[in-house]
Write a protein that binds this ligand. Structure first.
Ligand code: GLU
Length: 295
């Protein structure tokens, strides 16, 4: 039997905090318990926000916590050709269309819709307005003309087209600590025509994560509850791309003392700060419930 494959996949756009430590330790703990392998993937597609010093800090924080991962580490910024190949498959299936809209154009279109209908425009699970479909209405010739003029554009999934060729129903397999699975219903359509190939980088979080999980043979995805809704979209992409779907475990998030989600942008206390202040890795592991980790 092949070994289960886990991965921890941080983005080097800030310093790791206790929430990342929890996720990484839980991955390592599962891998240990299930006799599996642990991979580390650096999700650095966001070239403007990711910085090499954050990547270096990821390696040293994880090693300090006692986590071991397999080499080589996969850095997404070195694999844009893989995401392009996956994108071409989606294009070949006729489920993407180019989008030239700026954020402001989308916000204005949504505002108009709301004013006209007197009703709030629907939002995706992350709270962003669903794409109002402006560029979907363009003819193929008009879109082609704008592309050949060099106009900046991304590509969105055409949910109506995807639903026609791959109607579902969708679900993913969830696993727990006892490795017993159950099936969770997924509703990819609630994401609307999500961006699959961004304007600024030639991929998206969703496209690269499903591509990499498949290419790396990941069998078990362990990540925070904040990404659970995204799994609905991931299973649709896996189906459209003909990829094997891993099993999923979405863990609780580590909250700060006032009950908010920890976040890099809010300046939550970084592991490096705790370490500098004299906190030991054993104390962190204990605080997060991994007393026996590595023993
Ligand atoms: N790179 C994502 C993050 O740091 C995690 C992606 C995933 O685990 O699927 O939030």
């Amino acid at each position: 039997m092949t070994k289960p494959v886990f991965r921890f996949a941080p983005s080097p756009n800030g310093r790791l905090h206790l929430g990342h430590a929890y996720s990484a330790l839980l991955n390592a703990d599962f891998a240990h318990r299930f006799g599996g392998r642990l991979l580390l993937r650096i999700e650095d597609i966001d070239v403007t926000r990711c910085r090499p010093e954050f990547e270096t800090a990821i390696y040293s924080d994880l090693a300090w916590l006692g986590i071991r991962w397999e080499e080589p580490v996969r850095r997404q910024s070195e694999h844009f050709s893989d995401y392009k190949a996956a994108f071409s498959r989606l294009k070949g299936r006729g489920v993407v269309y180019p989008c030239f809209c700026s954020r402001k154009a989308i916000a204005d279109a949504v505002q108009n819709q709301e004013a006209e209908s007197g009703r709030p425009w629907p939002r995706d699970p992350d709270g962003a307005s669903l794409y109002p479909g402006t560029c979907k209405a363009l003819s193929a010739e008009a879109a082609e003309r704008r592309i050949s003029r060099g106009e900046a554009h991304g590509w969105r999934i055409d949910m109506a087209a995807a639903r026609r060729i791959s109607p579902g129903p969708y679900a993913f397999r969830r696993f727990g600590r006892d490795n017993r699975g159950d099936t969770v219903k997924a509703d990819p359509w609630r994401w609307g025509d999500a961006m699959i190939m961004r304007k600024d980088v030639p991929t998206s979080y969703h496209l690269s994560v499903v591509t990499d999980d498949a290419l790396q043979g990941v069998t078990h995805v362990v990540r925070g509850r904040d990404l659970e809704a995204a799994t609905d979209l991931h299973v649709l992409l896996q189906s459209l791309l003909g990829l094997d779907a891993p099993l999923y475990h979405h863990h609780e998030l580590v909250l700060d003392p006032i009950g908010d989600k920890l976040s890099k942008s809010r300046g939550s206390e970084a592991l490096a700060d705790l370490r500098r202040e004299g906190t030991t890795a054993a104390a962190i592991r204990q605080r997060l419930g991994f007393m026996h980790f590595g023993t």
